[in-house]
Design a protein around this ligand. Structure first.
Ligand code: HPA
Length: 248
């Protein structure tokens, strides 16, 4: 059976609809993952869940140990990873809060993060193909599940990954828009690249929780963002429930 992993982001530190079976602390050559792996059943299938920011949401985006997280998930036998990320909307079709996006491209603006498993200890330098950074098969299943559930979804989009933890300036967002980014988040990379390095089929469910900086006259308050996260993650949970049975 294909192992399925879910990485929860902001607003999804727990999967309320997951029937938890056990938790396991996994050690990796890269240090500790963000939390113990949570094994459970979702829509009748066994899945493993990992909250990216830790169980109490205490790890900021630039301090997440992405290598340990991806290594640990690979150790569990997972073959497919659904990563959930909260994002800001940049281009006009992506500004509506609580829209779900299944991105198909990435631009990486992050820096100083441990972003590869291929280090000096590795004799042979390996360059993985990353032209299409997400697993198309899994993207297709997520889009299909969202459409069947009548959830508002964008079936493509370019994810701009920024360093954070601060939000961007209006000029940074204008530059990102010129570059072709449709949405902006702080945790999409190096996670996706690392998943590709260890040959995991990885796709992202991004939830728009605010218009990006400079996109609306009055910036949205943190309280409103939190409210959007709360209601939006209910949609994400629904999408996950619909998606799991469609994975063969
Ligand atoms: N920028 C970066 N990351 C984010 C945003 C944003 O506007 N909203 C949610 N995560």
């Amino acid at each position: 059976m294909t192992g399925i992993a879910i990485i929860g982001g902001s607003g999804l530190t727990q999967l309320r609809n997951l029937e938890i079976v056990r938790r396991e602390v996994v050690r990796t050559p890269y240090g500790e993952p963000s939390a113990p792996m949570v094994y459970g059943r979702l829509s009748g299938r066994e899945v493993v869940f990992l909250p990216r920011h830790g169980p109490g949401h205490t790890i900021p985006p630039h301090e997440v140990n992405y290598r340990a997280n991806i290594w640990a998930l690979k150790q569990t036998g997972a073959e497919r990873v659904i990563a959930v990320n909260a994002v800001g909307g940049i281009s006009s079709d992506y500004l509506e809060s609580m829209v779900l996006v299944i991105p198909d491209q990435i631009i990486d603006y992050t820096w100083g993060r441990a972003h590869t498993f291929f280090g000096s200890e590795q004799k042979k330098v390996t360059h993985v193909d990353f032209s299409f950074p997400y697993c198309e098969a899994l993207r297709g299943i997520l889009i299909d599940a969202a459409t069947r559930s009548k959830l508002p979804v964008r079936d493509r989009g370019c994810y701009g990954a920024t360093q954070g933890p601060r939000f961007e300036t209006a000029a940074e967002i204008q530059r990102m828009e010129r570059d072709g980014a449709d949405i902006v988040g702080m945790t999409g990379m190096p996670e996706a690249g690392l998943a590709r390095e260890v040959d995991l089929c990885y796709a992202c469910v991004a939830l728009v929780v605010n218009p990006a900086a400079g996109k609306v006259e009055k910036p949205i308050s943190l309280r409103e963002i939190e409210a959007n996260l709360e209601s939006g993650m209910a949609r994400v949970r629904q999408l996950l429930e619909q998606t799991i049975p469609l994975i063969s």
